[in-house]
Design a protein around this ligand. Sequence first.
Ligand code: NAP
Length: 282
Amino acid sequence: MSEPKILCGKTVAAAVEADLKVRVAAIIEKTGKVPALATILVGENPSSVTYVRMKGNACRRVGMEPVKIELPEETTTEELLAEIDRLNKDDRICGILLQHPVPKHIDEQKCFNFIAPEKDVDGVNVTSFGAMTMQLDAYKSATPFSIMSILKYYNIELEGKHAVVVGRSPILGKPVSMLLLNENATVTICHSRTKDLPYYTKQADILVAAVGKPKFIQADWVKDGVVLVDAGYNAGNVGDIDLEACAPKSSAYTPVPGGVGPVTIAKLMEQTVISAEKHMSK
Ligand code: NAP
């Protein structure tokens, strides 16, 4: 069997960022204003702190301004809604990112849904999800959008292929399933109540792992020639697929780190720039 192709996210992200730098420079030249992305971090979850910092750095790299909002762990749903309301009304802010997960006592979906659709550049509210699913103009869920962009960049054929998605979270498994369906893949969605998971994963032409369990997908759960997309990112820099064992059986795979993660951030930036182009040029 030939060597599997590495679906390098860093390459895709670099191409996206190069384009965005030019577009942001054009916005600044035209309006005299710097587009801003607001990031909201509630609490001090170490992974979330890192993600928010990485998003802020990406913002600066493409010439935009990150506006960091840091709220204490004990913030209530109402307080968070009030902060989102303030940002919704702030003309300077082109996009709002509420870092997932928020502390458990907060109604996360309610807060996601409160983000104005025209600023929902992370594609997390139900309006965005519905519109994206129906192939209407909407900001796409960032990680699913990243996965689709990687597959497109590397010309991975989707039409008529069997895509198996493990995970059905509102920010990942569910929306990526809809995007794959819209590209005419035949989609199977698996979750924690799925019986005999390997029965399904073994049928996958394209396997998307979005489980949140390190090295969960095993080598004998996948068929030869599968395309592996590992959306997972767990402690120790490992994904949700045992890549060491599974990648040799695959025709192509996204590495961890350097696969889905960097493109997710780049796509968040891209959607913020689209928002800036729409709203700052008025
Ligand atoms: P999540 O909200 O915890 O959802 C996990 C999903 O996996 C759920 O749908 C759950 O099923 C399913 N699941 C759990 N145990 C399972 C099992 N034994 N068999 C089959 N399915 C099982 O996680 P998430 O937010 O979607 O994140 C998933 C992974 O992606 C994590 O590793 C996270 O770090 C990573 N992530 C990466 C990025 C990126 O940009 N690279 C962004 C976001 C998340 P139920 O619905 O039945 O509970």
